[in-house]
Design a protein around this ligand. Structure first.
Ligand code: WT7
Length: 653
């Protein structure tokens, strides 16, 4: 993620909102200034007003923010609502026949689901969950392909107050097991397979493997039939989705839950080996997604909104399963890979389904850019009016390509900075008003108190001087903690500045116009294709292999992925001749894939007799990063125990 800083530092092109877009945008300069002013004058009052206006409450709240036990903040705490009601039921009066979901499978099968149909499917599945013994507060793990039933399952949980934890379908059995156990989940929802990259993803087989070794909290497995192949079903434990909903009622009253009731857990990597279960609330979370659908995506009733993220990530929660439905939108859902059958698939989908808002990640943009301008030029992309990006800083070259070749210079680009923990976009342009600069996420949204501070916590006012990205005031969609680990919550996000403000873990700078430029993580977290992976997580997986004694993992700048995983490994036995052992390298890569998932497989593994350590025994990671990137070593290496290993580490011996 750091590779772009130099080019970004010189980047100062300014793109005002395209005139045609600006003239139709729902938020103009005057409105935006008023929002900023209200938030500035009365932070709580600002959010209270929006929460009353934008959400449907069963019991309106009287208290906006409880900071008594800060940083364990509580928003709208005496209010009650139901998230599924807010996403579906409240649209039935005037949008029952409006399409809620347009689905296309990788193999080309399509489905259109109206709000009335979605309501019925959610109700039926919610009744099915209840019949299987799921109660309010129970944890339900969802391990599914990207099909409408994944969204139905999430919404059904929300309807009955069950807390879902979606585990990305690309994660391994081992990773699934850890997440089931950590959450103490009672039920798992999976499928007999999913189609991705031209292959059948064997989710049920992975689930079976996970369940073989997981704790005894898990009682039942509901299996969606998505493919034509047979899977083993365990009697008394496994039940087909179609049987789970057989004979149940089409109606399921949404359970009124407290505003602070946990809506979901989502596991994300941190700087230690163990992923953390980020816990989100019901009302505050939903409010964050709704406001950003309006402010950032300028959502209108006739939009076809496509966020390409999988529901296994936070983006797929906030901008697929919740936000766009809460505003009564039509979403596009695509099951497969962007490259099947070829690199025109995304553009073909945009054309076929008349997508108006398209939101994806820089890694996808770079990959598709590589296949040239000719591919998108084959498709009619004139329905698109707004483009978005998320996950990592976008390099100006990819930004310009997105702007010119996909947006035809008519569409604003919203570069949205946020995190699993923030629940919703925090820094992003309001597209009808804020001029954009390639590579900058521009300015914080109204009510989001971001700042860049030095190590003492003082705001940095000097333009272009880097510092730590922090959030000075609580915001409604903020995480409510780490599941089962209060101490880690404080330690990870708050203790650096004595609980005064939230520390995001990114470094950033502001330019002379007050625009934010994200510079990279300050912790040992990698950003691979816009997804977070802890170096320690990959290292733990490597050292769990019988042949490995020690491993150090760093990120290496990568044209497509942003960062690629580079691993230095010390073996129990002798270092392979000349540092090369292809069979072992493959075995270790697959091993990591089994422990975590394919995204965590190192791109490169280099064997050494030992690792470069300081006198205190700390691995010199900066040195390893320099070597991985192929740059000349500028660090002082005279303190190394064994300077000779530098040649091995550089692959020169
Ligand atoms: C980290 C959060 C939020 C959904 C996707 C990733 C990086 C995210 C941007 C952006 C620069 C970005 C940050 C952040 N990041 N969006 N627009 N510009 N960096 O969610 O896995 O929680 O990762 O992704 O480093 O801290 P996540």
């Amino acid at each position: 993620m750091t590779q772009n800083i130099d080019s970004v530092l010189q980047e100062n092109r300014l793109f005002p909102p395209p005139a045609d877009f600006a003239s139709h945008a729902s938020i103009d300069e005057t409105k935006l200034q008023a929002l900023y002013q209200q938030a500035e004058d009365d932070h709580e009052g600002f959010w209270a007003k929006l929460a009353h206006e934008e959400l449907s409450w069963n019991r309106p709240f009287s208290k906006t923010l409880n900071s008594d036990n800060a940083p364990h903040y509580r928003w709208f705490e005496d209010g009650e609502l139901n998230v599924s009601y807010n996403c579906v039921d409240r649209h039935l009066a005037d949008k029952a026949d409006k399409t809620a979901i347009i689905f296309e499978g990788e193999q080309g099968d399509t489905r259109h689901i109206t709000y009335a149909e979605l309501h019925r499917e959610i109700c039926r599945f919610a009744n099915g969950l209840k019949r299987e013994g799921v109660e309010c507060g129970d944890r339900v793990v969802i391990y599914m392909p990207m099909v409408p039933e994944a969204i139905i399952a999430m919404q059904a949980c929300a309807r009955i107050g069950a807390i879902h934890s979606v585990v990305f379908g690309g994660f391994s059995a081992e990773a699934l097991k850890d997440r089931i156990d950590d959450a103490g989940a009672k039920l798992l929802i999976t499928a007999d397979g999913g189609h991705r990259g031209g292959k059948l993803i064997e989710l049920k087989a992975a689930a079976d493997k996970a369940l073989d070794s997981c704790g005894d909290s898990l009682r039942k497995v509901i299996v969606l039939k998505r493919s034509a192949h047979d899977v083993a079903m365990k009697a008394g434990r496994d039940i087909w989705w179609s049987d789970a909903i057989a004979g149940v009622s089409d109606e399921c009253a949404p359970l009124s839950v407290n505003a602070e009731h946990p809506l979901f857990l989502l596991y994300t990597s941190g700087s230690t080996g163990k992923p953390k279960g980020i816990q989100h609330s019901s009302a505050g979370y939903l409010l964050g997604t709704v406001m950003t659908m309006k402010w950032v995506f300028d959502h209108r009733p006739d939009d076809i909104y496509w966020c390409t993220a999988d529901v296994g990530w936070i983006t797929g929660h906030s901008y697929v399963a919740y936000g766009p439905l809460a505003v009564g939108g039509t979403i596009m859902v695509y099951e497969g890979a962007p490259t099947v059958p070829d690199t025109g698939r995304f553009w073909k989908l945009c054309e076929a389904h008349k997508v108006t808002i398209f939101y994806t990640a820089p890694t996808a943009i770079r990959a598709l850019m590589k296949s040239g301008d000719e591919v998108p030029s084959r498709y009619d992309l004139s329905s698109i009016r707004l483009l978005g990006t998320v996950g990592e800083p976008i390099n100006p070259e990819a930004w310009m390509w997105y702007h010119e070749v996909i947006g035809k210079e008519r569409c604003p680009i919203v570069d949205t900075w946020w995190q699993t923990e923030t629940g919703a976009n925090m820094i992003a342009p309001v597209p009808g008003v804020i001029a954009t600069k390639p590579g900058s996420c521009t300015r914080p949204l109204p009510g989001m108190a971001l700042d860049v501070v030095d190590t003492e916590g003082n705001s940095i006012t000097t333009p272009d001087k880097g510092g730590l990205l922090v959030i000075r005031k609580p915001w409604p969609s903020m995480l409510r903690g780490i599941w089962g680990d209060k101490a880690r919550y404080i330690e990870t996000y708050w203790s650096m500045f004595n609980n005064r403000f939230y520390v995001a873990g990114d470094s950033a700078r502001r330019d002379r116009d007050g625009y934010y430029w994200i510079m990279g993580r300050i912790d040992d977290v990698l950003n691979v294709s816009g997804h977070r992976l802890g170096t320690m997580e990959v290292e733990s997986a490597l050292v769990a292999h019988p042949a490995v004694v020690e491993a150090a993992v760093v990120g290496r700048p990568d044209d497509i992925k942003g960062e690629a995983i580079f691993a230095y490994v010390v073996l129990k036995g002798a270092r392979p001749q000349g540092g090369v052992d292809e069979a072992l390298t493959n075995e270790l890569r697959n091993w990591v894939g089994e422990q975590i998932g394919a995204i965590a497989k190192p791109s490169e593994i280099r064997y050494a007799d030992n690792l470069p350590k300081t006198r205190s025994g700390k691995i010199m990671r900066r040195l390893l990063r320099t070597i991985a990137s192929g740059e000349a070593i500028t660090q002082d290496t005279s303190t190394l125990e064994n300077e000779a290993i530098l040649l091995q580490l550089q692959g020169k011996e």
